[in-house]
Design a protein around this ligand. Structure first.
Ligand SMILES: N[C@@H](CCC(=O)N[C@@H](CS)C(=O)NCC(=O)O)C(=O)O
Length: 213
């Protein structure tokens, strides 16, 4: 990766990665000016000497500020950007904020680890179902079922507006079909995906009705 003359916020990310797109959508929603450095995970851009010198963990997304500060971890970056800009992506009510954080922790432990992992193996590594850990499908379906329970009663994951919890969960839920999940089984989640995509002004990612998974 070429060295850069950093004069403003730089976001390193791979556009195929939901974790990276969370950060981009948040920055766009906040109207931030930033440089996006496309960092191809499959090609190994995160494992080069240059990238590891910036982020020893070897992962994107990564935010880097002109003063040299760096911040990895999608949800931490989203929260920092949203908080610094004083946006309504973070509820002002402390309990609602805690509920939002609760979904963010859950997303990283119980949702992303099944849906994103299965999608990557199936869609990008082209593994057959037999080669993929069989626990991922039921784990992901359980996670979608939990979201369905919430979204049957509310339009958003927390409160009555889009928050960081929606952005985080949208990232891989909207691409779940690429991991072999059928969102048709989760109608409230499916409607929420469209609602959140419209709110963020991003294209609809789900397959047309009747399209093969
Ligand atoms: N928990 C981290 C996960 C980051 C992550 O898994 N990044 C992947 C892309 S989605 C990556 O950079 N993989 C490249 C590698 O491990 O070499 C986050 O939310 O930011």
């Amino acid at each position: 990766m070429p060295s850069r003359d950093i004069s403003r916020l730089t976001l390193y990310g791979d556009s195929i990665s939901g974790n990276c797109m969370k950060v981009k959508w948040t920055a766009d929603r906040l109207g931030l000016v930033y440089d996006w450095v496309e960092t191809d995970v499959v090609r190994g851009d995160t494992r080069t000497e240059d990238f590891l010198a910036i982020n020893p963990v070897g992962q994107v997304p990564l935010a880097r500020w002109p003063d040299g500060r760096i911040l990895p971890q999608s949800n931490a970056i989203m929260l920092y950007l949203a908080e610094s800009e004083g946006s309504d992506l973070i509820p002002s009510d402390p309990f609602k904020k805690a509920q939002m954080n609760s979904w963010l922790f859950w997303e990283q432990y119980s949702h992303e680890t099944a849906i994103a992992v299965r999608r990557f193996q199936k869609h990008y590594l082209k593994k057959s179902d037999d080669e993929i850990d069989p626990a991922l499908l039921p784990k992901g379906r359980r996670a979608l079922g939990v979201m369905e329970l919430q979204l049957t009663y509310t339009d958003w994951m927390v409160g009555d507006t889009l928050t960081c919890a929606d952005i985080a969960l949208l990232a891989y839920t909207r691409l779940a079909h690429e991991g072999g999940f059928d969102l048709g089984e989760f109608p409230s989640v499916e409607r929420w995906v469209s609602r959140a995509e419209s709110e963020l002004g991003i294209p609809h990612a789900m397959p047309r009705e009747g399209a093969a998974l």
